[in-house]
Design a protein around this ligand. Structure first.
Ligand SMILES: Cc1ncc(COP(=O)(O)O)c(C=O)c1O
Length: 382
């Protein structure tokens, strides 16, 4: 199935953050939303619900649990326990509400930078303290640093927020590393909360490994929080879920206030259930993203040869280092001011990332090329 980026004039009529958050002459390439049409069966589900005025509070969602279980088994060989799937508003709310069941203000939560910027914000919201065990960096190849993680665990970390797979670096963690983390976490009494929202977007050369599938230790101390919102572009519909795979962890999930489930949206739950059936559409998206990640490389190599970029193994976010262009403390600001292209600033993802920008390539090749032309124009002006 062909899934292609929509034309710019159509995208500019959208009201989402990406398309309404910038001046009209800016080309927006930050926020992780996709510039594709939502899969037709999802649109039909939503239209039918609206036409039936079926817009009340959350009802029975056994079909969502079943569809995710079927998807997880087919894609990753992961057998999920449908009784241990708990709905929540979005991944952020799921991570925060589950965290509240085990942390007090002042407790330590581990992250591995560069990492999804809101993980840092979630820790602030909980009034907890972030402990960073930065990713090991070899060129632009990032891997989890087990020694740094163990050192952090020894400091008395309560929860480890794992980004599996990793945004913004596009790294897919190995089964061995995940199993080693589970063993360490069990030994030091740390909970691992694995944010797996980018899991369905792993390219063929790698294999996504759900954290809870790696070992008994992982199931004893682990939680997965995920959603269909990244892979099927449903973030505005507000539905995500928490999965546990052991009695103690499901007891924690059940100790969350009942409102956590009811704050998810009914439309979101039905769209999510349908999304997990739309596997052909997802394959189409992956083909387009695969071509786009290579196109970004070609474009950079010809137009911006001093930029560093490693083709990501998942998702649609290009992590680009611009230090050789000497654009000052915040290159993304120069690109916005001088090139009228909006990218996510690297410094939001952790220290030592200020010379990076993150570019969203879930769009058409025309828009990618235009975005890179605007970067080139900004660089040549400054
Ligand atoms: C790793 C990661 N987790 C969570 C989110 C946001 O999820 P939600 O909108 O469900 O909170 C994103 C969005 O880009 C993400 O990259």
């Amino acid at each position: 199935m062909n899934v292609n980026g929509l034309p710019l004039d159509k995208l500019r009529t959208r009201t989402s953050e990406k398309w309404s958050g910038f001046a009209p002459d800016v080309l927006p390439m930050p926020v992780a939303e996709m510039d594709f049409e939502v899969a037709a069966p999802i649109r039909q589900t939503l239209i039918a619900m609206i036409e039936n005025s079926d817009t009340g509070y959350m009802g029975d969602t056994a079909h969502l649990n079943r569809n995710f279980a079927t998807f997880a088994q087919a894609q990753w060989g992961w057998n999920i326990d449908q009784e241990q799937l708990f709905l929540c508003t979005d991944v952020g709310v799921g991570m925060i509400e589950m965290s509240r069941t085990v942390v007090q203000p002042g407790d330590k939560i581990m992250i591995n930078t560069p990492v999804y910027l809101n993980m840092i914000n979630w820790i602030k919201e909980l009034k907890c303290v972030a402990v960073d065990a930065p990713m090991h960096k070899d060129g632009l190849n990032y891997t989890l640093d087990l020694a740094a993680i163990e050192a952090g665990y020894k400091e008395g970390v309560k929860i480890h927020y794992l980004c599996n797979p990793q945004n913004p670096t596009g790294s897919v963690h190995s089964r061995e590393d995940l199993a080693a983390i589970a063993d360490l976490a069990k030994r030091y009494g740390v909970y691992v909360f694995s944010d797996e929202i980018h899991g369905p977007l792993v390219f063929d050369e790698e294999k996504f490994v759900p954290f809870l599938s790696v070992s008994d230790a992982a199931r004893e101390i682990g939680v997965c929080v995920t959603a269909a919102s990244k892979a099927w572009n449903l973030a505005g519909l507000k539905c995500a879920f928490i999965i546990t795979h052991s009695e103690p962890m499901s007891a924690l999930a059940k100790s969350m206030p009942p409102s956590v489930r009811f704050r998810a949206s009914l439309l979101g739950a039905h769209a999510t259930a349908k999304a997990f059936e739309c596997t052909e559409w997802l394959e189409g998206v992956m083909q387009t993203l695969d071509a786009n990640r290579l196109f970004v490389q070609e474009q950079l190599a010809t137009k911006l040869p001093k930029a560093n970029y490693r083709i990501p193994n998942c998702s649609y976010l290009a992590w680009i280092e611009l230090c050789d262009y000497e654009l000052g403390e915040n290159p993304s600001q120069v690109l916005l001011d001088e090139g009228r292209v909006a990218l996510t600033p690297g410094h939001l993802f952790g220290s030592d990332c200020d010379q990076f920008v993150r570019l969203n390539f879930a769009t058409s090749k025309e828009i990618i090329a235009e975005g890179i032309d605007r970067i080139v124009a900004a660089v040549s002006k400054s």
